[in-house]
Design a protein around this ligand. Structure first.
Ligand SMILES: Cc1cc2nc3c(=O)[nH]c(=O)nc-3n(C[C@H](O)[C@H](O)[C@H](O)COP(=O)(O)OP(=O)(O)OC[C@H]3O[C@@H](n4cnc5c(N)ncnc54)[C@H](O)[C@@H]3O)c2cc1C
Length: 331
C-alpha cells in the first residue's frame, strides 16, 4: 500500500492549489486524478485579476495562451454596456496542466472509487493510505460522495447545466461578450476569445428553473448558435459538450475529521456569474493552510459573488434562482 501524509483527489485548480501550498509548506503530498494531464475540461477559461494574484501568477512566465480583454460587453434586456475592464482568458487544457506541474507534487493517474476510514487514516481503493484527505474532484467527487453528502447536502435550486464548445477560430472581435436572460434563460451565454486563434462559446442556466419552464438547455444553445452565425459569422464546427455544477450554498461541514472538500466538490462557484476557478483555488489553499497550521478551515469567507456582492450581485442571483428558500449570496 502506498502511503502519503496528504492525498489530494483531483488535480484541477482546487487540487493543484492545495498541492502547491502543501508542498511549499513541506508536507508529503500525492495527487490522484483519473485523467492524464493535459486533459480536457469544460470551462470558458475566464480568469480574474484576483485569481492571478492568489496564484502569484506572472504572465511573462506562463508559456501558453493568455489574453487580456479591454472590454466586457454586457447584453441584458435590450441594453448593451461595453464596460472597460481588466479580465483574462486561458485554455483550461493548458492552464490546469501547467498549474499541476508547477505544484511540484507527485501525480498518479487513478480513478478513485472507494474511501474508508481506518483508525486515524483514510484508505483509498485498498491501495493508498493517508492521514489527511482533500476532495477536489469536481461535482462527482468521491470524497464528497462518501464523507460529506449527509453533512452538506446539495441544493437542487443551485445546480447549473451548461453546454460549451472550444475550437480554433480566427476571431476579429477580441472582447468578451455575455448575454443575460435571453429568451427567458435563467442564466447567460458567452463568447470568450483565446489568444492565438481559439474561441470558446457556451450557455449555462439553472437546471431546476429550466425544468419548471419545461425547457432544455439545448433550446438556448440553438438560440446562441443562431446569434453567433448572424452577428459574428461563426459556423460552429461540431456539437457542444455538457457539464453540471453547483453554485454557492451553505458550506458549514466542509471539513469532517481530517478530510476536506474544496472547489466544485464543495459547490463554491459564485452565485452571480457562476465563476468557479477563483473559489476553487482559494478553498484549496485554505485546506492546505489548515493541514499545515492546524487552524480552522475558513471557507465561509471565500466569496460567493464575482461582482462585489452589491445590488447587482443580489439581483442577478435572484433572477437566476428566484431564491426559493435560499440564503442570500455570501459576499
Ligand atoms: C461550461 C462551463 C464554463 C465555465 N466557465 C468558467 C469560467 O470562465 N471561469 C470560471 O472561473 N469558472 C468557470 N466554470 C466553473 C469552473 O470550471 C469550475 O468551477 C472549476 O473547474 C472547479 O475547479 P475544481 O478544481 O474544483 O474541479 P475541476 O476543475 O472539475 O477538477 C476536478 C478534477 O478531478 C478529477 N476527478 C474527477 N473524478 C475523479 C475521481 N473519481 N478520481 C480521481 N480524479 C477525479 C477530474 O479529472 C479533474 O481533473 C465553468 C464551468 C463550466 C461547466
Amino acid at each position: 500500500m502506498r502511503t502519503a501524509e496528504v492525498i489530494v483527489v483531483g488535480g484541477g485548480p482546487a487540487g493543484s492549489a492545495a498541492a502547491k501550498r502543501l508542498k511549499d509548506g513541506g508536507a508529503e503530498v500525492l495527487v490522484l486524478d483519473r485523467e492524464v494531464f493535459p486533459r480536457m475540461k469544460l470551462c470558458a477559461g475566464w480568469v480574474t485579476p484576483q485569481v492571478l494574484s492568489d496564484l502569484e501568477f506572472k504572465v511573462e512566465e506562463y508559456p501558453h495562451r493568455f489574453l487580456s480583454f479591454r472590454r466586457l460587453h454586457w447584453h441584458m434586456k435590450g441594453l448593451h454596456l461595453p464596460l472597460p475592464c481588466v479580465q483574462h482568458s486561458i485554455r483550461r487544457y493548458e492552464f490546469d496542466a501547467w498549474l499541476l506541474e508547477r505544484s511540484g507534487a507527485e501525480v498518479i493517474q487513478h480513478a478513485v472509487k472507494t474511501i474508508q476510514r481506518d483508525g486515524e487514516s483514510y484508505v483509498i481503493d485498498g491501495e493508498y493510505r493517508c492521514r489527511y484527505l482533500v476532495g477536489a474532484a469536481g461535482t462527482s467527487c468521491p470524497v464528497y460522495r462518501t464523507l460529506f453528502r449527509d453533512a452538506m447536502p446539495r441544493v437542487r435550486a443551485l445546480q447549473t447545466v451548461t453546454l460549451e464548445l472550444e475550437f480554433p477560430f480566427e476571431w476579429s472581435d477580441p472582447d468578451c461578450h455575455l448575454w443575460f436572460f435571453e429568451h427567458g434563460l435563467p442564466g447567460y451565454s458567452w463568447y470568450v476569445p483565446k489568444a492565438r486563434g481559439w474561441l470558446n462559446v457556451g450557455v449555462g442556466g439553472m437546471a431546476q428553473r429550466l425544468k419548471h419552464r419545461n425547457e432544455d438547455i439545448w433550446l438556448h444553445w440553438n438560440h446562441l448558435a443562431e446569434k453567433l452565425s448572424r452577428q459574428f459569422g461563426i459556423q460552429l464546427p461540431e456539437e457542444p459538450t455538457g457539464y453540471s455544477y453547483f453554485v454557492r450554498g451553505p458550506v458549514a461541514g466542509a471539513r469532517v475529521a481530517n478530510a476536506f472538500v474544496t472547489g466544485d466538490a464543495a459547490g463554491l462557484a459564485t452565485r452571480d456569474l457562476c465563476e468557479g476557478i477563483g473559489p476553487a483555488i482559494r478553498s484549496g489553499q485554505r485546506a492546505a493552510d489548515t493541514i499545515l497550521s492546524g487552524a480552522a478551515y475558513e471557507i465561509q469567507n471565500v466569496t460567493g459573488a464575482s461582482l462585489g456582492g452589491g445590488l447587482l450581485s443580489h439581483w442577478i442571483d435572484w433572477a437566476f434562482t428566484r431564491r426559493a428558500g435560499l440564503v442570500a449570496v455570501p459576499t
